[in-house]
Design a protein. Structure first.
Length: 50
């Protein structure tokens, strides 16, 4: 049982990390677009589909 709980915690943590990371990407893109600098030619909408 202990092993399963540990694994579940790791999965939860990873999901949270992905969410935070995608939020950071979004934030960076907003800042960069405010400065009128092209980030890249590809849209960043693919970041993470859950």
């Amino acid at each position: 049982m202990g092993n399963y709980e540990q694994f579940h915690l790791i999965v939860k943590w990873k999901e949270q990390a992905l969410m935070i990371e995608s939020l950071l990407f979004l934030f960076l893109n907003i800042i960069l677009s405010d400065k009128k600098q092209p980030v890249s030619s590809t849209p960043k909408t693919y970041i993470y589909d859950t």
